[in-house]
Design a protein around this ligand. Structure first.
Ligand code: AMP
Ligand code: ZN
Length: 111
């Protein structure tokens, strides 16, 4: 989508540094980090949110995004991490392009 900032980032239009990239995803630092490490694992495909996921078409992408998280942690020598997916404005989603938050270090207790 041409007016989507995360599409622009994924396409390299904003010269964002990628910590990881492959044919499905791009990983970059959150501009306003909420933890020592705060990365955004972002699909290259423009999907507005988890609500728009197609169970058949997007199954491989979703599995890939999820399975990438522990690999990222291992690569960064991070012993544990938190994953957040905000969905919809009422769920705190600001950017309408699917992304997983990967947070580690100095996390508030949750649950
Ligand atoms: P969400 O509320 O789940 O949609 O999360 C959007 C996240 O994107 C927020 O944590 C923002 O700080 C972050 N963000 C917004 N614009 C940028 C950008 N240009 N580069 C990196 N992170 C961004
Ligand atoms: Zn997009």
């Amino acid at each position: 989508m041409s007016d989507c900032i995360f599409c622009k980032i994924c396409n390299g239009e904003l010269n964002t540094e990628f910590l990881y990239e492959d044919e499905y995803v791009v990983v970059f630092k959150d501009i306003r980090p909420k933890a020592d490490t705060h990365l955004l694992v972002t699909s290259r495909k423009h999907i507005t949110s988890l609500k728009e996921i197609n169970e058949v078409e997007d199954a491989k992408l979703m599995a890939h995004m999820l399975c990438l998280l522990p690999k990222l942690a291992a690569q960064l020598n991070i012993p544990g991490f938190r994953t957040i997916i905000n969905t919809g404005a009422a769920g705190g989603q600001e950017i309408d392009h699917l992304h997983f938050h990967f947070l580690a270090g100095n996390l508030p207790k949750f649950g």
